[in-house]
Design a protein around this ligand. Structure first.
Ligand SMILES: N[C@@H](CCC(=O)N[C@@H](CS)C(=O)NCC(=O)O)C(=O)O
Length: 217
């Protein structure tokens, strides 16, 4: 069974929980509070030198970092990973887009405005840039979704999961989605897919282990 080091309110961690829910894969979740420095302890850095979540332990001592790499790992052989060469490349195209255009802006705004007390005051100098570049990324997504139901392969894939994670919290961190109707339609469409779980969901049913605090894991 996978062991997933993640933080409940981290969008990058949510991507992995969402993918595992869509494919109904059991796993043990270990909560890591990055705000308390739990991803920067010597023990955690030995597992992931980047000091970040999510981190998936695939087998004893075998770790995989980077949310989108983890998405590919868990999705291979399931409907979330497209089969054809071109569909795969298009899914990857959107996942790279997510990491360079969306996450650095919406993810940063979400972190500082929603998770860090006083974050808005600490980051006033950066906020305008995040908003401008974040809106530019949302416009690219809007343009694609005007004529496509999903991002790649005409079906729900890991590309949608990667992009959903921070887009669905955009309005919590000052982004106004009213002029992005196709993005809003796509968000609702992802939420209607069988197996969808919300960001605050965590695995606690008997087939899963309960969440541990990293110190006790
Ligand atoms: N590119 C990485 C980014 C991961 C990332 O930024 N993780 C944040 C939480 S969303 C984190 O662990 N931050 C703690 C830190 O950097 O100390 C991914 O997609 O997994």
């Amino acid at each position: 069974m996978y062991k997933l080091y993640s933080m409940q309110r981290s969008g990058n961690s949510y991507k992995v929980r969402l993918a595992l829910a869509f494919i109904d894969a059991p796993y043990r979740a270990i909560e890591v509070d990055i705000l308390r420095g739990e991803s920067r302890t010597p023990e955690f850095l030995a597992k992931n030198p980047s000091g970040q979540v999510p981190l998936l332990e695939i087998a004893e001592g075998r770790y995989l970092a980077e949310s989108n790499a983890i998405l590919w790992y868990v999705a291979v052989g399931t409907p979330l990973a497209p089969e054809s060469r071109m569909d795969r490349a298009e899914a990857l195209q959107w996942m790279f887009f997510e990491q360079h255009a969306l996450e650095p802006n919406l993810g940063a705004a979400y972190f500082w405005l929603c998770l860090v007390r006083g974050g808005r005051e600490l980051q006033t100098h950066a906020l305008d840039d995040w908003m401008e570049r974040g809106y530019a990324a949302l416009q690219v997504m809007e343009n694609h979704l005007k004529t496509h139901e999903f991002f790649a392969a005409n079906q729900l894939t890991v590309a949608d999961i990667a992009l959903y994670a921070y887009t669905h919290v955009a309005e919590q961190c000052d982004f106004d989605l009213s002029s992005f109707p196709s993005v809003r339609r796509w968000l609702r469409h992802v939420e209607q897919q069988s197996g969808f779980v919300a960001m605050d969901w965590h695995p606690t049913s008997s087939e899963y282990d309960t969440i541990d605090v990293i110190a006790g894991a």
